[in-house]
Design a protein around this ligand. Sequence first.
Ligand code: NAG
Ligand code: NAG
Ligand code: NAG
Length: 369
Amino acid sequence: MIAGRPSITFVVATVVFVFVVITFMSSGSVRSQLRTTSKPTKLKASAEKHSKSDVFNATLGFEKVFVIGLPERSDKRDALTLMSALTGFKLSWIDGVLGKTMSDKALPLGWNRETMQDSNLGSWRGHVNTMRRIVEDGISSALILEDDMDWDVHVKTELEQFASAARTLQKDFHRNQSLESSSPYGQDWDMLWLGSCVTTFDEHLPEHLKIAEEERNPRKVLIFDDPTVPLPPHILANGSFSWDDYPPRTRIVYVPGDNVCSFAYALSASGAKKALHYMGLEGQYKPFDNHLSDLCRLRLDGMRCVSVVPSLFVHHRPKGRISADSDINKAGQNEEVREVGFTENIVYSTRLNLGNLLRGMEPEKQWAE
Ligand SMILES: *[C@@H]1O[C@H](CO)[C@@H](O)[C@H](O)[C@H]1NC(C)=O
Ligand SMILES: *[C@@H]1O[C@H](CO)[C@@H](O)[C@H](O)[C@H]1NC(C)=O
Ligand SMILES: *[C@@H]1O[C@H](CO)[C@@H](O)[C@H](O)[C@H]1NC(C)=O
């Protein structure tokens, strides 16, 4: 074959290949169906179909996207800045706090420095500083991320589907503090808990029996056939239920319950005030995420929360020294090195697809399914 003149077989093979790729991409495009559990509501294709929802804007349909991180963890800032730039949104950094720098006089009521880690104290302070910032600056809504997050490259499509489900759930919420400016996630929410590590549904908690009968119906909206939901055994985080009870590739949007891990959550203006009240002023004696869960579960100050499992934001475990994963655990406890990074529950990991995204190639799944 003469260089520069491709053979007929080569041309035919290329045409067939391109056709197959296009067919695959259009059939496998990230679209899924939404259904409610209790009273199945048929969700109408709304006006969003014509004009793209604000969820697709540069701050994911919130006014701000904050990330809390210690300034010295420049490695984590490099990764998150690149990831958000490649998936189309902009971050605002909030400096994390080292617990040991906090004055004893500023400790929350109930905090015991002898038995609780200073790193948990620092984590608490970083989150509460972010809540205060939202209140001080009069921000209408903000997403708050921890600095080791990963998300699916299709995160905006996922958020659009979540938004639709969240609006459906809010029909049963009280309207005492409707959002002042319009939000694609609905007008009656305080917190959207988008990243946690273990989900226990409300109806599986003993406290459920104490909730008034009319509020007790399980409140969930199911998103079916979501190609960004992993298949077993890679789907995790089910603390009180079996994934086998749901069709494969179902994402569940629900009113929490008990959640563990504060990877990512959004607060509305009213939610930030309620969170600052409970998390800042009412005393702390457990890690931050346990108190955050109480705020939702006990509906303190009328708190209205919506959550999702599998989560849309999950911490990444990067290749390299395992001790560098968390700023809560001390360095030096574990000198093991991880050869391949991973993120639980995220199929098309942004972090692991950075190379593909930079070359303009299709994202790859973490697991062969
Ligand atoms: C994105 O949408 C939200 C909700 O409408 C809005 O508050 C925010 O200002 C928008 N962000 C940008 C960068 O336009
Ligand atoms: C979570 O779901 C899996 C099925 O994917 C099941 O085997 C496991 O027992 C469930 N965990 C809990 C705590 O129910
Ligand atoms: C909403 O406001 C009414 C009074 O206007 C009050 O009775 C009710 O307890 C409030 N609900 C919540 C959840 O705060």
